[in-house]
Ligand binder design. Structure first.
Ligand SMILES: [Fe+2]
Ligand SMILES: [Fe+2]
Length: 167
């Protein structure tokens, strides 16, 4: 007799599904924050920033897809109502009310730092208990670390540009 995929999970599956749905909610909010940020952003190096934000938006959507697939494999249901995203989210949503490039970058850097903490916790919670979810959380964590680095690099370039020489 074969082993059902779910039988390899050595932790409370309901609790795990809840953690995954919380991260799933974060990803949709992050996706939208990047997507709308790319539409409204203004200021120097706008085109480079738009390219970065658009790339990140598509990565967050891919993360949402990875999490939804795992939730379904575990017998759960991915959050089906957008209003639940706000309630379940770890990192929330920061509207780009100030569309200046540095403000948008600062908001998204804070979002990535929260995402890194979320996936670090998920990696720790699943380590040695659910190798499949662990692997997904680790892959996403690596992406979020890269996102944060990319945004910091963009911000540094901008600060160099915005600093008046000799002052
Ligand atoms: Fe993500
Ligand atoms: Fe990210």
């Amino acid at each position: 007799m074969g082993t059902k995929g779910i039988e390899i999970v050595d932790m409370d599956v309901k609790q795990l599904i809840q953690l995954l749905n919380k991260a799933f909610s974060d990803e949709w909010l992050a996706y939208y924050q990047y997507w709308i940020g790319a539409k409204v952003v203004k200021g120097p190096m706008k085109d480079a920033v738009i390219a970065e934000l658009t790339q990140h938006a598509s990565d967050e959507l891919r993360h949402a897809d990875m999490l939804a697939t795992r939730i379904i494999q575990l017998g759960g249901i991915p959050v089906s109502k957008p209003e639940e995203w706000y309630k379940l989210s770890n990192c929330g949503y920061d509207a780009p009310d100030n569309p200046f490039v540095t403000s948008i970058l600062d908001q998204n850097i804070a979002g990535e730092q929260c995402a890194i903490a979320t996936y670090k916790a998920l990696v720790n919670a699943t380590m040695g208990k659910d190798p499949v979810t662990y692997n997904i959380a680790l892959q996403i964590l690596q992406d979020e670390v890269e996102h944060e680095e990319d945004l910091q690099a963009e911000l540094e370039d901008l600060q160099t540009l915005l600093t008046v020489p000799g002052k």
